[in-house]
Design a protein around this ligand. Sequence first.
Ligand SMILES: *C/C=C(C)/C=C/C=C(C)/C=C/C1=C(C)CCCC1(C)C
Length: 243
Amino acid sequence: MENFLLTFPMVAKLATNDYVGFTFFVGCMAMMAASAFFFLSMNSFDKKWRTSILVSGLITFIAAVHYWYMRDYWADFGESPTFFRYVDWILTVPLMCVEFFLILKVAGAKRSLMWRLILLSVIMLVTGYLGEAVYRDAAWLWGLISGIAYFIIVYEIWLGTAKKLAVKAGGPVLQAHKMLCWFVLVGWAIYPLGYMAGTPGWYEGIFGGLSMDVVYNIGDAINKIGFGLVVYNLAVVATSEKA
Ligand SMILES: *C/C=C(C)/C=C/C=C(C)/C=C/C1=C(C)CCCC1(C)C
């Protein structure tokens, strides 16, 4: 029995300088804790906000499950879990687009806005995956196409239809929308840096000292939990203003 456990340990050792392994581990815990927080707080709010909080919880929960697998994958193979990473993103990033729609519904947001943002985010992620995993020699080109889709999302929420709806809604919704816009502009900009650190191209060396996975893991923690907390805060403020 003892020999068996030594040959097939239940848990992998984590080296003290394994920052990728460490951030997968802590990221997993943080996503689990955030999910519990969002799910358990959900029913203390006005019905209008419950779906938004539910979606916040789903985003961190889906990430928690993927982090569980990615942590394992990294421990076993010492390689970037690119496939799991992009499956996680392709589920959670469209849900973040849904959040914009949900909070702007009070101002009459249409479903077409939601689908437009979802479509752009899918284009951004699929082209990113092609560059990172399939056509690595042309990573810069796929990254550029991905970046254009990202730019259009930024334009849409900062200056386009979404912005106009947020202004129409005013008050706490406008404030929350602004915060989410900052997350997309600054928080999401972390990802292209990770991409450039982890793919070959003319930019090699500029970000070469960074670890792609550490950058992605920090980005995920900031964006998924931060996004959820903005929506949570909106529900708190809007519910107390009504009371
Ligand atoms: C929770 C996960 C989130 C918010 C992931 C967001 C990912 C991005 C904004 C990725 C963007 C990329 C580019 C803009 C260009 C290079 C390729 C990507 C996919 C890393």
